[in-house]
Design a protein around this ligand. Structure first.
Ligand SMILES: [Zn+2]
Length: 359
């Protein structure tokens, strides 16, 4: 099994009406036929039920995401929020979409909310042949906590199925974020304390490094970076979206896991749309960097961010859909990674983190 820690499924359903019960190719065909603006704004889709199944992607962290209106660019021209009230409404709608997806297609999708859900899910995947139809497990991850109006509503989000929270996307009232540096605020500290009480995973992706360092000091619970690449391999950019070495070290010291994003611009900062796609080996370089830095294969995994603002045009050559993430296995093996290492990177590292918070 492969676990992907970051896919913007609900956002695409809400903004573009993408129907992920179909294959990525079928969705592309339909969007071309209907003149959908999704391919132009968000790229051609990389996701679809048959593709998850083919790639043995048994568990996905499905996000709740919407951009703030002040940061809306062309690719985020869909639903956006001006304040916490609007953010709350959009995030609620997206959570409902995951519930509807699982309720209406229980043969294809299943929300994982408890340890019993997880155990049953893994048992079914182990027991059935690789190509046999079975549901994809979704664990809900809130990307950007603007939808949380006050910390005391966190228990309602937990009840609704959210299990991981990344406080930031852009900067917000909680902390500095991508493109908007800054520390953890008093409101951010209060949010973290309440998240810790309920038992969420803290996702530091998109937090400004200064805020991430403070959060890693403050948060006693489980910590990860669901989708973030090492800054050291992206020397041409001074973007605060990537992980400095000391933040990687701090995450590893807390037994954290980092999901590498196979997005060309996050693999080589000089890459621009229209350039030749990068070799898949680039993804292995980023995985290998974390392993070398932290001394083992325990702290790195995949967080594809697929359909999160880019499509098939912007991922390395050889990836046509999410199913092709499996092509990383032989490349890792060629670099000397054992089967156990590959299983850790593909699934066991994320599994360890999910198990820590599912009861
Ligand atoms: Zn993101």
């Amino acid at each position: 099994m492969l676990i992907d820690a970051h896919e913007d499924i609900a956002w695409n359903m809400l903004a573009y009406g993408r129907d992920y019960t179909h294959s990525a190719h079928e969705i592309r065909r339909q969007e071309a036929k209907n003149g959908s603006r999704a391919p132009e704004l968000n790229g051609n889709t990389l996701l679809g039920y048959p593709d998850w199944l083919r790639g043995q992607v048994g568990i996905v962290f499905g996000t709740l995401f919407a951009p703030p209106k002040r940061r809306q660019t062309r690719k985020w021209e869909g639903p956006a929020y001006a304040d916490a009230e609007e953010a709350h409404r959009l995030y609620r709608q997206e959570l409902d979409l995951y519930h509807r997806l699982a309720d209406e297609h229980p043969d294809q999708f299943r929300l994982l909310r408890t340890r019993a859900d997880l155990n049953a899910h893994i048992a079914e995947w182990k027991q059935k042949p690789a190509d046999a139809p079975k549901p994809i497990g979704i664990v809900v991850l809130m990307e950007g906590a603007e939808g949380v109006r006050t910390p005391d509503e966190l228990s309602q989000w937990w009840e609704g199925g959210v299990r991981l929270i990344g406080p930031a996307w852009a900067g917000n009232r909680f902390c500095g974020g991508t493109g908007e540096p800054g520390p953890l605020t008093a409101e951010g500290s209060a949010l973290l304390a309440a998240m810790d009480d309920v038992g969420f995973v803290l996702d530091i992706s998109h937090m400004d490094p200064q805020a991430a360092r403070q959060a890693l000091e403050a948060y006693a619970g489980t910590v990860i970076a669901s989708h973030a690449n090492p800054a050291a391999l992206l020397p041409e950019t001074d973007s605060n979206r990537f992980l400095p070495d000391d933040v990687i070290d701090a995450l590893a010291a807390r037994d954290g896991v980092i999901g590498i994003v196979p997005f060309n611009r996050f693999l080589d900062a000089t890459w621009k749309p229209g350039d030749p796609r990068l070799p898949l080996e680039k993804v292995v370089e980023h995985i290998d960097y974390i392993c070398q830095r932290t001394g083992s294969s325990r702290h790195v995994a995949i967080g594809s961010d697929f359909d999160g603002g880019f499509g098939v045009e912007s991922v390395p050559a050889g990836i046509d859909t999410v199913a092709d993430l499996q092509k990383l296995a032989p490349l890792l093996a060629a670099r000397g990674y054992t089967n156990d290492d590959i299983a850790a990177i593909f699934a066991h590292n994320w599994l360890r983190k999910i198990k820590a918070i599912l009861h």
